[in-house]
Ligand binder design. Structure first.
Ligand SMILES: Cc1cc2nc3c(=O)[nH]c(=O)nc-3n(C[C@H](O)[C@H](O)[C@H](O)COP(=O)(O)OP(=O)(O)OC[C@H]3O[C@@H](n4cnc5c(N)ncnc54)[C@H](O)[C@@H]3O)c2cc1C
Length: 580
């Protein structure tokens, strides 16, 4: 077996791994990143790229200044008994410094989330904006030939492979057939993308999570990090009690990587590990009843590797996964894409019903809350599924899941069975197996409430987060008082079935505030760190705001690298910038 030496071995190339890798390289460490997949980026490359980072410099520069006690108190209220003050404080103290480090020293730039509210506006100390950031668009050409190793966005969330940014850009796409300025914008974007496809066989204006990974990878490569794809880690190496590296299965055979400072496990949790899902997700009794939208290579390797070294996987989260409604989109090769419904649920003119034809929750709440509502509404043992229902006008304006709005044709999605259509609500109910009488009554009641603007059943549209997810200009043009509510009026009507899924998992290896993996006695295991979703989420199964996986992934990666650099018995350690 060949042997390679480095200071830090990072296993997994999502945000959790690359944050640690880039930081460590800047602190003088020799870093190898081992990625199992043929391309780097993991779920992060498919994500929205939003990071919950309270007190970040972009907010401060815009005049949004809050003491640490504000977000800390929000978390305390949200997490209740599961609030871990040590890790929450470490995160909140480091978040602004992490952002400052990346924007000053690396290729990563941020755009602000100063108008993006926390999910739960009724919880004390919730914010109306300024606690999140997104990766700024990135020019893929900076990656040079390594662009071929960047995982592209999930095809079903793109238009011909072109990512679309949330906010203003997405609004232009929705309004392309109604507003000349939007049509102009969209035409320019599509033409530029077509040119990229001709010249580079892929889009080069990278957005969202794809931009986050591309800018982290470019920064890593420019700082000398060795990123190796097709190199799954198979087992950890030990030097006495200390974790000292790992064995990788590479295309050229097994390679032993010896890492003098340690190993960061960042394999993206267990979204595709049926055994662990069976144990930790009550709605998935065989493990298969959970269709995560996360990257398929995330099969729980990091958690298992950590356990071989004495690490402990937490089992006390409120929910072990970041739940989301997911629809199964047939692909030409017979497989199914797992499409997470993150955008259209809050728009005016959509309801979600169970097969009983009844609404069960506020459709404009977060994906996690939507799923908690569904789980609570269904009798034990019933398959976890619901239907998103809309009328023709909604369908052509916003689309429904992977079925795109006009002018994209609906017929392929109807022909492959993804999108259900009925001339009347009764027809639609029959096609879907929904109680037809109940559905008609539900829609009648909902339509009356939409016209009055008050959701008497689930308070839709009453929080700042709901309203952001809605469409106030569109609703008010039609005289609908609530930005999240519009009547379902004229057929044909459409539905897409959603099942239980997630954006990733929360339960992971227990760590301390330096991201060191803890043993059964809560003592750090020397040389072993966990990042991203391999680290037990500091949110403990709660979901207080968007970006609560990528924000901590970036911050704890940065903290882990600093902790390692401080342990290094070389001049690099003495020069390292302390995070304290
Ligand atoms: C559509 C979508 C949108 C989302 N939007 C957001 C958002 O805006 N904000 C947010 O906070 N979260 C978002 N999420 C969730 C977020 O993307 C994930 O929680 C996050 O990317 C996890 O990061 P990670 O570094 O832990 O794992 P990943 O990014 O998944 O990276 C893990 C990597 O480890 C590799 N790996 C696995 N096993 C091994 C092994 N044995 N050896 C080597 N490599 C291995 C995997 O192949 C993978 O590349 C979204 C998710 C989806 C699906």
């Amino acid at each position: 077996m060949s042997v390679v030496q480095c200071d830090l071995l990072v296993i997994g190339s999502g945000a959790g791994g690359l944050s640690a890798a880039v930081t460590a390289a800047h602190l003088g460490l020799k870093v190898i990143v081992a990625e199992k997949d043929a391309q780097f980026g993991g779920t992060t490359a498919w994500s929205g790229g939003w990071m919950w980072l309270p007190r970040n410099p972009l907010a401060v520069e815009a005049g949004i200044v809050e003491p640490i006690d504000e977000p800390l108190s929000y978390l305390r209220h949200e997490l209740g008994d599961r609030f871990d003050e040590a890790r929450a404080r470490a995160f909140l103290e480091a978040a602004p410094r992490m952002v400052e480090f990346f924007r000053s020293n690396t290729a990563l730039r941020f755009i602000d989330g100063n108008a993006i509210p926390d999910f739960h506006g009724r919880t004390p100390h919730a914010s109306l904006g300024g606690r999140s950031l997104c990766a700024a668009p990135f020019d893929g050409r900076r990656l040079g030939a390594r662009i071929a190793d960047l995982k592209p966005p999930l095809p079903e969330t793109t238009l011909w492979g072109m990512g679309i940014a949330s906010g203003a850009e997405l609004r232009h796409f929705f309004n392309a057939l109604r507003k000349p300025a939007s049509l102009w914008y969209v035409t320019q974007r599509v033409l530029a993308h077509a040119k990229d496809l001709l010249l580079h066989r892929r889009g080069m204006r990278l957005l969202n999570g794809n931009a986050l990974i591309a800018s982290l990878a470019a920064s890593a490569l420019e700082a000398g990090v060795d990123i190796r794809t097709r190199c799954p880690a198979r087992r950890l190496l030990r030097d006495g009690e200390r974790v000292s590296g790992a064995v990788l299965a590479t295309p050229e055979g097994a390679v032993e990587v010896q890492a003098s400072c340690g190993v960061v496990l960042a394999c993206g949790g267990f979204p595709h590990d049926d055994l662990r899902k069976r144990t930790l997700l009550p709605h998935a009794p065989t493990g298969k009843e959970h269709w995560s939208a996360a990257s398929r290579g995330n099969t729980g390797d990091g958690l298992r590797l950590g356990e071989t070294a004495g690490g402990q996987v937490a089992t006390d989260a409120l929910q072990a996964a970041a739940l989301a409604p997911v629809s199964l989109v047939p692909r030409a090769d017979g497989s199914f894409a797992h499409f997470p419904h993150l955008i259209e649920r809050g728009k005016p003119g959509l309801i979600a019903v169970t097969r009983r034809g009844q609404r069960f929750t506020n459709e404009a709440d977060s994906y996690h809350d939507f799923m908690q509502g569904l789980l609570a509404a269904l009798p034990a043992g019933e398959p976890v599924q619901a239907w998103l229902v809309c009328d023709h006008a909604f369908m052509r304006h916003y689309g429904l899941g992977a079925a795109k709005p006009a002018p994209m044709p609906l017929s392929p999605m109807i022909a492959n069975g993804y999108l259900k259509r009925g001339r009347t609500l009764a027809d639609l109910a029959k096609v879907c197996g929904i109680d037809g009488d109940a559905l008609q009554k539900t829609v009648q009641r909902y339509n009356a409430q939409a016209l009055s603007g008050k959701d008497e059943d689930f308070s839709k549209g009453e929080t700042p987060y709901n309203r952001m997810q809605g469409d106030a200009p569109f609703a008010s043009e039609r005289g609908w008082p609530n930005p999240c509510m519009g009547p379902l009026q004229r057929g044909p009507f459409y539905a897409v079935k959603v099942v239980a899924g997630s954006l990733g998992t929360f339960a992971g290896l227990k760590t301390n505030a330096h991201a060191q993996v803890l043993d059964a006695q809560d003592q750090p295991i020397a040389g072993l760190y966990a990042g991203g979703n391999d680290m037990n989420s500091m949110m403990a199964g709660h979901y207080p705001s968007g970006g609560i996986t990528l924000g901590p992934a970036m911050v704890f990666g940065w903290l882990a690298a600093h902790h390692m650099a401080e342990q290094m018995p070389t001049p690099a350690a003495a020069d390292a910038v302390s995070p304290d």
